[in-house]
Design a protein around this ligand. Structure first.
Ligand code: DMJ
Length: 685
């Protein structure tokens, strides 16, 4: 005998009729069967009919029950998806820069990115009618409060408890609002961007993971926004960034050299309104008329060069003289030319040296120039990157003195011994006129714009000055021969440095001007392989951003030469800062103009977003940061360099514009501070 394993089992097992052991269940089943046998045939048929009827009714009711059940489980899936998506959304608004960094409560943030005002309680609506907003889930989740575990484990008590239940509803509603905020996200080229991602806070520690760019929740949302909206939104995003930067400058540093956006104060360098003048032509190009008018008014009423102040010849030339000349060309307003003339004449004493190689500093009030206190050397890039501006000043004023002094410098450098296949040392002595500190060759700090201005002077002058072209071509050959290498892991092409015949795989972010310059040369008829190198270097500069946790480049990158090394880009602790520099976006602009490859726009767009994410300061302004490897605490440095407005944002704007006639590269040449100057008309033959 096999006893039933469970007492409530409907057993069909026949028991052993000979068994005498006591079994109550068996006994009951036997008496049921006996009773069934005692029923008449009619009674048995009736019972069977009723059972069959019950079965049919049960089957008919099944779909609606399962439907209800499926509905419930679907929504639960939905909620899970919702949670996942929320994790993927970049962190919300929790300002840490600005007042918050100083332990003060965060002020509402003005979001320049996709809407006018974004704060903890407001979310910017994306511009344009067609910006896709991800489908919004139902906000009330209280029907499914079991997502939070059994009622007994819920903080606010059992949901069936009317008091606890009410409390629960309030909590759920608040969360619904939270969800609303978080789900206002737009998709842009496959990346999901929170509508107010343009706000400055880096993510908090536990949000770090969420800061990684998420995959779109819905493939339909991966449609590139550019296709949907056209380029206008990107242009507007740059304008917004400019307005935000300008707001900080206007509120806390008006008429001063540089904004300190965290402390809401300013820093002085020359005391000449550096940021204001550096920004003039950017505002004009962006069509920011009101801002331009206010700034012009300041130039007219407040700007005076009759000041007992020491200025750096190079910086003052490229930022202020260049800014004034460019503003004159764009507006036709002679105010700017008069100011440029005044400044140019005050800089001239710098050239009164035994060698005619200018001193680095000049007191524009007293008319006295001098080298830095510790040396009589000048930096090579500084004395060879003032030519575009001085030459143009001569052309405009019909006064040859400016052109003569800078041409003399170029002639001397052209003839000077000590170059290495066209590569130049970093210093030149103002007494002897000779190179000093020989043996170190770089395309980074102290030498960079020497190479840039060889090509650009040649273009400015109508491609007639052969010495400039010769020096440029020779130098690019020297670069190829001595400084170009590829990384081991990812075969990235980079430009290293040479120090007494030892190669150092180190590249300043400053070197990222080179892809743009090489492309400009190729566009002007120089060898096609210059363009090939430009394409490769552009990729590397892009990777210098992409491989960082903040998506922003360090000031200096080192590169791995061994294939076994894990990473292409290595950043030393002292080099992790980012000063909002323009060189990469500058090159992206040239590359897009000459190739029309939209990936360059996309790379620039990523950079703008990361500037917005990690360097934007509430209350106005952007700040340089100390650590591009730490998205949680990038370390705001409390300084907005004037070139962020003069160059970085201008190049981003021009990159996103498809108007090739907006500062056509066949009509203008940009100085090294992004101030466009006209290419001279060819002399009549
Ligand atoms: C600018 O002032 C100029 O572009 C200069 O040639 C290099 N340094 C800064 C920007 O990084």
């Amino acid at each position: 005998m096999y006893p039933p394993s469970r007492k409530d089992f409907i057993s069909l097992t026949l028991s052993d009729p000979h068994s005498h052991s006591y079994n109550n269940g068996k006994h009951r089943r036997q008496s049921c069967w006996r009773k069934w046998k005692q029923l008449s045939r009619l009674q048995r048929s009736l019972v069977l009919f009723l059972l069959a009827l019950l079965l049919i009714l049960g089957l008919l009711a099944y779909p609606s029950i399962t439907e209800q059940w499926r509905g419930l489980s679907d929504r639960e899936d939905w909620l899970e998806l919702d949670d996942r998506d929320l994790k993927a959304v970049p962190p919300g608004v929790k300002p840490v820069l600005g007042p918050a960094a100083a332990g003060k409560p965060p002020a509402p943030v003005v979001g320049p990115h996709l809407g006018p005002a974004v704060g903890p309680d407001s979310v910017a609506e994306p511009r344009g009618p067609n910006v896709p907003i991800l489908a919004k889930p139902p906000t009330k989740k209280k029907t499914f409060s079991n997502k939070r575990g059994p009622p007994s484990l819920q903080k606010d008590g059992n949901v069936s408890d009317p008091i606890g239940g009410e409390k629960q509803e309030v909590v759920e509603d608040e969360e619904g609002e939270e969800d609303d905020k978080e789900k206002k996200i737009v998709s842009w080229r496959g990346a999901i961007i929170e509508a107010d991602q343009a706000t400055e806070p880096p993510p908090s520690a536990n949000e770090k993971e969420a800061a990684a760019p998420p995959a779109p929740a819905n493939p339909a949302d991966a449609v590139p926004t550019e296709v949907v909206n056209g380029t206008i939104d990107r242009l507007e995003a740059v304008r917004d960034a400019f307005r935000h930067a300008w707001k900080g400058y206007k509120n806390y540093a008006w008429g001063q050299d540089e904004l300190k956006p965290i402390s809401k104060s300013f820093g002085q360098w020359f005391g000449l309104g550096l940021t204001l003048i550096d920004s003039l032509d950017t505002m004009w190009i962006m069509g920011l008329k009101e801002e331009f008018a206010e700034a012009k008014n300041w130039v007219e009423k407040e700007l005076s060069f009759d000041k007992n102040t020491d200025v750096n010849l190079f910086e003052t030339t490229i930022r202020i003289l260049g800014g004034l000349l460019s503003s004159y060309h764009l507006t036709g307003d002679r105010l700017f030319l008069e100011k440029a003339k005044d400044l140019g004449s005050r800089l001239m004493p710098a050239f009164k040296t035994p060698s005619k190689i200018p001193f680095s500093d000049v007191n524009i009030g007293k008319g006295i120039a001098h080298p830095p206190r510790w040396t009589s050397d000048s930096t090579l890039a500084e004395v060879t990157s003032i030519q575009l501006e001085f030459r143009e000043l001569s052309r405009l004023t019909q006064d040859p003195q400016y052109q003569e002094v800078v041409n003399e410098v170029m002639k001397m450098v052209h003839k000077l011994p000590g170059k290495h296949d066209g590569l130049v040392p970093m210093f030149i002595n103002t007494q002897s006129g000779q190179f000093t500190h020989k043996g170190v060759f770089t395309l980074g700090a102290r030498a960079d714009s020497y190479y840039e201005y060889l090509l650009k002077q040649w273009i400015q002058g109508g491609k007639t000055e052969d010495d400039l072209l010769e020096d440029y071509l020779q130098a690019m050959e020297g670069v190829r021969k001595h400084l170009v290498r590829q990384t081991g892991p990812g075969r990235l092409t980079f430009i290293g440095e040479l120090s007494h015949n030892r190669f150092n795989p180190k590249m300043d972010h400053l070197v990222c001007f080179l892809p743009g310059t090489l492309a400009l040369g190729a566009h002007n008829g120089l060898p096609g392989d210059h363009m090939d190198l430009a394409v490769q270097l552009m990729e590397t500069c892009h990777q210098m951003y992409k491989q960082m946790e903040t998506g922003l480049s360090p000031e200096i990158a080192h590169f791995s030469l061994q294939a076994s090394d894990g990473h292409d880009v290595i950043v030393k602790p002292a080099d992790r800062h980012n000063l909002l520099r323009p060189e990469t976006v500058e090159s992206l602009f040239y590359m897009y103009r000459f190739t029309k490859d939209t990936k360059y726009k996309d790379w620039g767009w990523d950079i703008l977003q990361n500037f917005n994410k990690y360097t934007k300061v509430s209350g106005g302004g952007y700040t340089s940061i100390s650590n591009v490897r730490d998205p949680v605490n990038p370390g705001p440095r409390d300084k907005m360099e004037s070139f962020f407005l003069g160059e970085t944002l201008k190049y981003l704007y021009l990159l996103f514009s498809d108007d090739m006639e907006l500062l056509s590269l066949d009509k203008y040449v940009f100085n090294t501070e992004a101030h466009p100057l006209p290419i001279w008309p060819s002399p009549p033959k």
